[in-house]
Ligand binder design. Sequence first.
Ligand SMILES: [Zn+2]
Length: 377
Amino acid sequence: MGDDSTFFKRPCPLCGTQDSVKLNIGEPVERVGHNVLCSICGLMYHNPVMTAKAMARFYSEDYVTNYRDSEVMSQALATQRVNLLKKYIDVKTIAPALEIGAAYGAYLLTLNNEGIKAHGIEPSRKMAEWANTEKNLDVIANIYESVPERPGYFGSIHLFHVLEHVLEPHSTLERIRRELREDGVLYLAVPTINAPQLAMVYKMIHPTVFVPETLQKMLEVVGFKIILLEEKGHNIHVIARPSIPNKDLDYANPKLIFSRAENYLSKREQIVNHIHETLDDIKDAQNIAIYGAGHNTTDLDRIYCLDGLSITGIYDNDPNKQGIKLLGHSIQSPKALEKFNGDAVIISSYAFQEEISEQLSYLKKRGVKLVQLYEKN
Ligand SMILES: [Zn+2]
């Protein structure tokens, strides 16, 4: 990945200028990319950035097995997302809907259950096939930019944690704008630097890192009117409608965005240090299980190098992951933990660590140490 032909230099994807400052992420560029902050508009992006070809290679080697499964939306989250949309939009008016990055189809299923005809596009063939055969959904296995365009066709386009992955978010949004009816709706979410946790936003697979100001500006330049733009936890949620492009608005203050980024990175450093102290404590244990086979665990391995611990098994309650190999172990159902007689279980989840601890409290009674990685206040 270090070879120069894998990367190319580019102007800022939002304002088109070349001026930028490097963001010191504190991790090697092979993991997090060459992150810069534009001195004019404050956009954080990769420069040089991986070519589309190199990116595709990176995805096929690393992403499908390690990342993608973990970003799969649960049915509960899909319902939450549809409920947020319903607060602002009469969903009876948004068909036909298109979801870009439909994964296993949890969100499409929720839309269908609301009576909304919904289509999906999903780059992972495995996931698209599963959604079509198991859930009877209409998901095309491809990348959005490669499918023939249908101008003015869709009543709504939905994309969650997709825009930060594309090389040119600006042109993806332009295409979405063209495919939407004039009375259509755009509904999206991207990660932001508001809440630092292990699954950090600065990643090789995130060529753009948005904050509310830069996302809003990009949407307005492309031609969207914002209905909702809310930063909550580590997400920005946006609901917007097509409008006249507005290129005259001022850019955000890059210095303010820079100080927020610095703040995020220093908080993240504290989290990483805490993880090191916590795992050093169980260094001598002979038999350690990991609960959670998502990107939290692969990120954890990058930060701590789990090879140094005596890991004997990995468990996850997502049946789609069971049987897949991770860190040399075949992922098992948590039911198998009932027979576990080792020393400790590492709970590798930020969002659900309390719930999982509760679920595994029977092991604690048996003298197994339940290891939570995150301090929350
Ligand atoms: Zn810029």
